[in-house]
Design a protein around this ligand. Structure first.
Ligand SMILES: Nc1nc2c(ncn2[C@@H]2O[C@H](COP(=O)(O)OP(=O)(O)OP(=O)(O)O)[C@@H](O)[C@H]2O)c(=O)[nH]1
Ligand SMILES: [Mg+2]
Length: 264
């Protein structure tokens, strides 16, 4: 049997001070998805992550690096990286963290669930696959009770207010089919970390994307500093209400299926 090829698949990996993680996670990602392209999106990390990425790209043609001039936040790094991947011809796009919270071993299951098939969580296929902590078989490792409650509560809050299907709305381990990313109303996506994850799932599913969850066990970052803050959580609570309010006012029509892409 021939190995599956992921030649149309790009993994977008934002980095900020991940010099200790990148050299090990990059080859693990490439090994998990034979043929896929890895796009590192680095915001001029002071610890030299960008230079390390350039060195790896010089040795391995499947690694690309997109340098940004300064730290502008995870959401902007993703939006930018998705644009590079789409312009590069990606049909399937994965987003994940570089700190080993998102285990590359899940990549084949995540990307595979887009195609569907017998035994898949959604046999008819999906436009968005969410690596989920809050579906049977998923979970978190190493977190204290406080962080568990904030994360679980945040997702539940967004799910109820926005009436969304998936249970894990703040996680950042996701696989997209190209038309789902293209259908997102990008100017209205706010850039903050949790908000970005909720808003992209919201705009894509409102535009007709079919979402499905596959279980992942999320681990705490292996090395480096946590950047979680109260401000980010507060922002997310308010933005979810804004998204709902905009929908009530008719600004976010619900569509039954994704529009065909222009020129597709
Ligand atoms: N390019 C870019 N990457 C970022 C930025 N902020 C965070 N990242 C990367 O995005 C991923 C997720 O960020 P984390 O800092 O791990 O955020 P988190 O998982 O919510 O929190 P902790 O792991 O607890 O710190 C990691 O790969 C980071 O290196 C940013 O401003 N720009
Ligand atoms: Mg992390």
């Amino acid at each position: 049997m021939s190995e599956p090829s992921f030649a149309d698949t790009w993994v977008v990996l934002p980095t900020y001070n991940e010099a200790e993680n990148l050299p090990a996670i990059a080859p693990a990602i490439l090994a998990a998805l034979p043929g896929a392209i890895l796009l590192v999106v680095d915001d001029s990390s002071p610890d030299g992550t960008g230079r390390i990425a350039d060195g790896m790209a010089a040795e391995e043609p499947r690694i690309r690096v997109h340098h940004r001039p300064g730290k502008q936040g995870l959401g902007k790094a993703y939006a930018d990286g998705f644009g590079v991947a789409l312009r590069g011809g990606a049909q399937r796009i994965v987003q994940m963290d570089a700190d080993w919270s998102h285990d590359p071993a899940y990549l084949p299951a995540l990307v595979g669930a887009l195609a569907g098939g017998p035994g898949a969580p959604r046999p008819e296929g999906a436009d968005l696959v969410i690596g989920s902590r809050y579906t049977p078989g998923g979970g978190v490792r190493d977190w204290g009770l406080g962080r568990r409650i904030i994360s679980r509560g945040g997702s539940l809050y967004a799910k109820v207010i926005l009436g969304l299907g998936p249970n894990d709305l703040t996680g950042g381990f996701k696989a997209w089919r190209r038309p789902a990313l293209a259908a997102i109303d990008w100017p209205r996506v706010q850039a903050g970390g949790y908000v970005f994850q909720i808003a992209t799932t919201w705009f894509a599913t409102r535009a007709g994307a079919r979402a499905v969850e596959v279980p992942i066990v999320f681990a705490d970052r292996r090395v480096g500093q946590s950047k979680m803050s109260r401000r980010i959580i507060g922002e997310a609570l308010i933005v979810v209400l804004q998204l709902r309010w905009d929908a009530i006012r008719g600004r976010t029509p619900r569509r039954a299926a994704l529009p065909p892409e222009p020129g597709a």
